[in-house]
Design a binder for this molecule. Structure first.
Ligand code: C2E
Ligand code: MG
Ligand code: MG
Length: 698
């Protein structure tokens, strides 16, 4: 039914009344003097005054006192339709920020100001919090020096902040902020991992997005980045739509980590994998070989006579030699093979993925070849050889530690074969390794248990066939091991350091015995005693020699000290000093085993030797090999020219004896005359006969 006009106006009035009364905004009307003429209930409630109280007040009376403005800047209410903010004071004197929308209205020729009022305190507080948060976040980012990305997964748009670019040397916005541009700059080795991490986080498979990767810089270098992010917004289906995160530059941290890791895994001298890493790689290689039905060859290398180098030339030269040796080893193998340093002068080489054992042979030959050239250290030439033990997995061992043990045994076998060679592992080798261990065990305390004694091998003057002295040779009888020959225990004693006390024992015993024989049989009786290289490192050596001579009351000229070339190897000052003080004391120095090792004639000129002992191996061959005979001839002539006496070792036959006499050799020792004898037998020999002329008669 159509409404008539009067009805409409009545209804409008009711609507208007309702609107004003129920409004959740304050509505007020004031005359031009500011006196309220109308206020709605919400405005009353907002101000805490009743309607009648407000209608008796003016707009100025609800303003907060001036001092409160300091924290709030009011805007002027001058313009029509202006929106201003002002601090108002409620009846209870509390204040709040109000926003007014003001408009002038005309009613019955009079002008009024109508204001819609809103309490915006809460909104302002929220805005302030947001501003604070934003400032704090950006401050935190600045301090953390992180780059920020904000990725809208729904639109595919990404935002990178300035630091995101500058951290990698780019200008801000130098490349478009897209997922593809990010991916493009990730190092090829990290891309798969980074992308997978991202995908699984977005798919919800992982709960964290925290990855490390290398990121390409503008100058083509890479920095390490730690990327962390979180999905901050999801759609109604729960699908992620916004993903925010940071890029932190962790290059320095990574470098430190790598350094620490490197130190834990690599040898600081040679930069080769250390024992820990080498053995780890060995067990991985064995596992792989098991899976693939292949072979692993383990080469165990030990540098020959390296200890002598260290003892005589000093640790600096030793270190340099190890570095150079490590470099030579590295060059022989493929990139995939491991060359590692187990410690000291021990190295291993792991050759994986082999189909047959014979594949190793050329590599080993090549390795030995590498050591044929001299090492040049501080412009001094040194020859260093290596002994190699070889064992195969799974042929020779069930696991990596057994493989290592067996390759080690094979290495010892190579040493016993004369060094500078290689040996394949055989099951008997375990027994040898076992024996070395027992020797080491039994050697401990053997001296105090009186298990050592000395045998004496007579030395014959080849001109008159008389005994002119003897060489003292150490003997060891152990209740468990029985008689152990010096060739077996001396090297172990050198390694453990037991040789120092053993050496002193020999000096004291042999000199005391010499004094007895000199008194009883021949006052010119000479005694020769062997000195091991390790004894040269003992600073007490000279004093011990002096004391032993004094105690025994033996003249220094009766003592001859035998050393092998190993002690010399070069002109190290310390060795020269010791040798000089020995000869200054009036002792004689003999070079033992000449003809083995390097046999450098220059040593004879450099050091104060009195005697040269030609090794048994030469004497052995001299009657059958013209070459050996000529060599001996040359050595004797040259030694004489240098003022040295010559002793031939290991004379076993009459033929050898005669030939040596003809060649002018001064002295001889060997089974032909006598084996090394216990004290009593030697005493008998000395008391029975002084000469061996009967030998010529046979
Ligand atoms: P070396 O100083 O060259 O001693 C000579 C070796 O040759 C001795 O072996 C001796 O028994 C042996 N020999 C002597 N004449 C003959 C012969 O006609 N035929 C054969 N086949 N052999 C002969 P030994 O006593 O077994 O000593 C071996 C090595 O052990 C010695 O070689 C020496 O280097 C070392 N040695 C022995 N006693 C001592 C010691 O008190 N101190 C040190 N540092 N080393 C020692
Ligand atoms: Mg000797
Ligand atoms: Mg000898």
């Amino acid at each position: 039914m159509p409404l008539d006009n009067s009805n409409v106006s009545v209804q409008c009035k009711v609507f208007f009344q309702c609107l004003v009364n129920e409004s959740s905004q304050g509505i007020s009307v004031a005359d031009l003097n500011g006196k309220y003429v109308f206020v709605n209930p919400y405005f009353c409630q907002m101000m805490g005054y009743s309607e009648s109280e407000l209608l008796s007040m003016s707009v100025f009376e609800i303003k907060a006192p001036a001092q409160e403005y300091s924290s709030f800047e009011p805007t002027n209410i001058t313009n029509e339709d202006s929106v201003v903010q002002e601090l108002l004071q409620r009846k209870d004197r509390t204040t709040f920020i109000a926003e007014f929308a003001s408009r002038n209205i005309s009613v019955a020729d009079s002008t009024y100001v109508m204001r819609i009022v809103q309490d915006i305190s809460k909104r302002i507080a929220i805005e302030q919090t947001l501003v604070n948060n934003e400032q704090r976040n950006s401050m935190v980012m600045k301090i953390a020096n992180d780059g920020v990305w904000d990725w809208h997964l729904d639109t595919g748009l990404v935002e990178f902040d300035e630091r995101y670019y500058t951290m990698a040397g780019y200008q801000k916005d130098e490349f478009p902020p897209t997922f593809e541009e990010w991916q493009k700059r990730i190092h090829k080795d990290d891309i798969t991992h980074a992308t997978n991490c991202f995908k699984s986080y977005i798919a919800g498979t992982t709960s964290n997005f925290d990855i490390e990767f290398r990121f390409l810089c503008k100058d083509s270098s890479y920095i390490w980045i730690r990327g962390k992010g979180k999905i901050v917004c999801r759609d109604t289906n729960g699908d992620p739509i916004r993903f925010i995160g940071t890029h932190s530059d962790i290059t320095v941290q990574k470098e430190h980590e790598e350094k620490i890791l490197h130190q834990a895994h690599f040898d600081s001298l040679t930069f080769l994998p250390n024992r820990f890493l080498s053995l780890d790689r060995l067990s991985i290689a064995c596992e792989e070989a098991k899976r693939n039905g292949e072979l692993v060859a383990l080469l165990f290398l030990d540098l020959d006579d390296f200890k002598k180098v260290n003892d005589t030339l000093g640790h600096d030269v030793g270190d340099q030699l190890l570095i150079d040796a490590a470099n030579r080893l590295r060059h022989v193998v493929r990139n995939i093979d491991t060359v590692g340093r187990l410690g000291g002068d021990e190295f291993i080489i792991i050759l994986g993925g082999l189909k047959a054992t014979k594949e190793v042979q050329p590599i080993v030959e090549n390795l030995l070849n590498q050591f044929r050239d001299m090492f040049v250290i501080n412009s001094r030439e040194l020859l260093l050889t290596t002994s190699i033990g070889i064992a195969f997995f799974p042929n020779d061992a069930n696991d990596s530690s057994e493989l290592l043990r067996n390759a080690d045994s094979a290495m010892y076998a190579a040493k016993e074969c004369g060094r500078n060679t290689y040996s394949y592992y055989t099951s008997q080798m375990n027994e040898c390794a076992q024996r070395r261990l027992s020797i080491e065990e039994q050697l401990h305390g053997a001296l105090t248990r009186n298990e050592f004694h000395i045998h004496y091998q007579p030395k014959i003057d080849l001109i008159n066939s008389k005994i002119m002295g003897a060489e003292a040779l150490l003997r060891w009888t152990n209740p468990i091991l029985g008689n152990v020959p010096p060739d077996e225990f001396i090297s172990v004693a050198e390694q453990t350091g037991a040789i120092i006390n053993l050496g002193q024992f020999v000096l004291k015993e042999a000199l005391a015995q010499t004094a007895i024989w000199q008194k009883s049989f021949n006052e010119d009786f000479q005694i020769a005693i062997n000195l091991s290289p390790r004894q040269f490192r003992d600073f007490q050596l000279i004093n011990v020699i002096k004391d032993s001579l004094t105690q025994a009351n033996v003249h220094p000229s009766a003592l001859e000290l035998e050393i092998t070339e190993g002690v010399l190897l070069s002109g190290h000052d310390h060795v020269k000093k010791v040798l000089t003080s020995i000869t200054d004391m009036g002792l004689k120095m003999a070079m033992d085993d000449f003809g083995t090792g390097y046999s450098s004639l220059s040593y004879l000129r450099t050091y104060p030797f009195d005697v040269l002992k030609i090794d048994r191996s030469f004497i052995n061959e001299m009657t059958t090999s013209m070459k050996d005979k000529s060599l001996i001839n040359a050595v004797i002539s040259m030694s004489h020219a240098l003022g040295l006496k010559v002793v031939a070792e290991g004379i076993e036959t009459q033929q050898q004896h005669e030939l040596l006499r003809i060649l002018g050799c001064d002295f001889g020792q060997g089974y032909l005359f006598s084996k090394p004898l216990p004290v009593d037998d030697m005493t008998k020999l000395l008391s029975n006969s002084f000469d061996f002329t009967h030998i010529f008669d046979t």
